[in-house]
Design a protein around this ligand. Structure first.
Ligand code: NAP
Length: 241
């Protein structure tokens, strides 16, 4: 057995730690962030060159199973992995952490729809946490944005009125509450990432009565096998042995 574990998430690191050293695992990172948190065991960094490149890589590296534990919004690599595993005939699993319940949030299908809601509702001071690639849809907005991301978005993808806060979770409710207050935030825009690392902002927003605009997750490729926990992935791999 030799597993390719597509990572870049806390769940992927937790899974690598559970499998290592009993099951040979190569963790793969996109290489987007400087100084990434590294999983235990073997790690490779960088893209594969689309689904075809990944299929070739799987064959060339003697991989016998693929676990995709990438972020729920990393839709391209997830589609490529499903395609490549099918092409090579390998068992393939998606580990997708549970989504946050929408609750009272305004659920939207895309960053563009989120920007429309901001304009329509007249929000003026928005805490924008949709990540580096999520700012472009707000470029023409005349609201002010507090943009939190791990790496800085390019200037031309940013709205005119903004402050960029570079940081990496996990976050705590107290800190999030303080941020909302200090910056006079009147709306939170977030992806439905799920998980505990970045959930505190939702509680802080709820406590302070700040409306939340939540971008729903992209759909998973049709027919893929999915588990919602690291335990589920460990069990799936155990059954392959
Ligand atoms: P994406 O849009 O789905 O993928 C774009 C391209 O990046 C892929 O086609 C692939 O390049 C490469 N890639 C992505 N993940 C990879 C991986 N784990 N190993 C090797 N290559 C990878 O991905 P993204 O949304 O930019 O996310 C990139 C990474 O950051 C993922 O590993 C993800 O888990 C992590 N992350 C993403 C988010 C988010 O909000 N999107 C949040 C936290 C962490 P090739 O086509 O050349 O193979």
């Amino acid at each position: 057995m030799r597993v390719l574990l597509l990572g870049g998430t806390g769940e992927a690191r937790a899974l690598a730690a559970r499998l290592h050293p009993d099951i040979p695992v190569i963790s793969s990172l996109a290489g987007r962030v400087p100084d990434p948190a590294l999983p235990v065991g073997e790690v490779r960094i960088g893209g594969f060159g689309g689904a075809a490149g990944l299929a070739q890589w799987l064959r060339g590296n003697g991989i016998t199973a693929v676990v995709d534990a990438t972020h729920p919004f990393a839709a391209t690599i997830t589609a490529n992995a499903a395609q490549a595993a099918a092409r090579v005939g390998l068992p393939h699993l998606v580990l997708a952490r549970p989504a946050w319940p929408d609750g009272d949030a305004i659920a939207v299908g895309s960053d563009t729809e989120a920007a429309e809601v901001v304009a329509r509702r007249g929000y003026r001071r928005v805490f924008l946490t949709t990540g580096r690639s999520g700012t472009a849809a707000f470029r023409d907005s005349d609201a002010w944005f507090l943009i939190r991301a791990v790496t800085a978005p390019e200037d031309e993808l940013l709205p005119a009125h903004r402050e960029v806060l570079l940081s990496r979770g996990p976050y705590r409710v107290e800190g999030e509450r303080k941020l909302l207050r200090e910056f006079g935030i009147d709306a939170l825009v977030t992806k439905n990432s799920g998980g505990a690392m970045t959930r505190a902002k939702l509680q802080a927003a709820a406590e302070t009565g700040i409306p939340v605009v939540m971008v729903s997750r992209p759909a998973l490729p049709a027919g893929v096998r999915v588990v919602n926990s690291v335990d589920g992935a460990v069990d799936w791999l155990a059954n392959l042995r």
